[in-house]
Design a protein around this ligand. Structure first.
Ligand code: AMP
Length: 215
C-alpha cells in the first residue's frame, strides 16, 4: 500500500504517518526528517541545509529526489510506504511520477489534510519535539522547552529552528505558492482524498482508516 500525505506545515502529516506505521507496518519517508538527519551529521552539506531550512525555503529538487529514490528502492519499502513532505512542487510531483513508472510502483492514495492557516501558525509555533523519541508536544498543553519527555521519560523537549513565527509564515507562503498547485495534479489522477484536520488526531485517523478499508 503506497500512500502520500499532502498539506501545509503542521497539518498533522507526520502524526498521521506515525499512526499508519503502527497500523500497517509500512515505513514513513519524510524528506524533512531525512534532511534533518543530514544536518545532525555536522557535514558541510548539513550546514548548507540548516541555513536554507531555517529560512523556510526549499532545498534543491535534485537533492530531495535522490534521497527519496534511494529510500523507496530499499527492501523495507517493498510492502509499501508513506510519503510525507514530498513532493512539494509540480516539478517534484512529475519527477516522482517518472520514478514510480521506472520502478513499477503504483501510488494508491493521496490524503490532503486541510487546516486553516491561523491554526497552523499556532500549532507550529507551540510545537515541541522530543530529542529521543517520536513524541510531539505543544506549549499549549503546559509543556516547555527543556522539559523531560513524558512518553519516553528520557529525552528533552526542543523547538524546531524553523518553527518560529516568521519562518512558519514564510513556509505557509511557500506552501501556498508552490505546493498547493499539486492538489489539482493528484485530483486529476482520481486518487486524492481531502480530509479536514481538526484538533483530534484519532478522529482524523479513523476517517483515513475508513477510506483505506473501503477500497
Ligand atoms: P518538514 O519537516 O516536512 O516541515 O520540512 C522541513 C524543511 O525541509 C522544509 O521547510 C524545507 O526547507 C525542507 N524540505 C522538506 N521536504 C522538502 C522537499 N520535498 N523539497 C524541498 N525542501 C524540502
Amino acid at each position: 500500500m503506497n500512500i502520500l500525505f499532502l498539506g501545509a506545515p503542521g497539518c498533522g502529516k507526520g502524526t498521521q504517518s506515525k499512526i499508519l506505521i503502527k497500523e500497517y507496518g509500512i515505513p514513513q519517508i519524510s524528506t524533512g526528517d531525512l534532511l534533518r538527519d543530514e544536518i545532525k551529521t555536522g557535514s558541510e552539506l548539513g550546514k548548507e541545509l540548516q541555513e536554507i531550512m531555517s529560512s523556510g525555503k526549499f532545498v534543491s529538487d535534485e537533492l530531495v529526489l535522490s534521497l527519496v529514490s534511494k529510500k523507496i528502492t530499499q527492501d523495507e519499502c517493498k510492502p509499501g510506504f508513506i510519503l510525507d513532505g514530498y513532493p512539494r512542487n509540480i516539478s517534484q510531483a512529475k519527477s516522482l511520477d517518472r520514478l514510480f513508472i521506472e520502478k513499477n510502483i503504483n501510488l494508491e492514495y493521496v490524503f490532503l489534510i486541510d487546516v486553516p492557516f491561523e491554526t497552523l501558525i499556532e500549532r507550529c509555533t507551540g510545537r515541541l519535539l522530543c530529542d529521543s523519541c517520536d513524541y510531539i508536544g505543544n506549549m499549549d498543553r503546559g509543556e516547555n522547552i527543556g522539559d523531560t519527555c513524558h512518553k519516553c521519560d528520557k529525552g528533552k523537549l526542543f523547538q524546531r529552528k524553523d518553527d518560529t513565527e516568521e519562518t512558519v509564515k514564510n513556509r505557509l507562503n511557500v506552501y501556498q505558492e508552490q505546493t498547493a498547485p499539486i492538489i489539482d495534479f493528484y485530483q486529476s489522477k482520481g486518487i486524492l482524498h481531502k480530509m479536514i484536520g481538526g484538533n483530534d488526531p484519532a478522529e482524523l485517523s479513523n476517517k483515513i482508516a475508513s477510506v483505506l478499508k473501503a477500497s
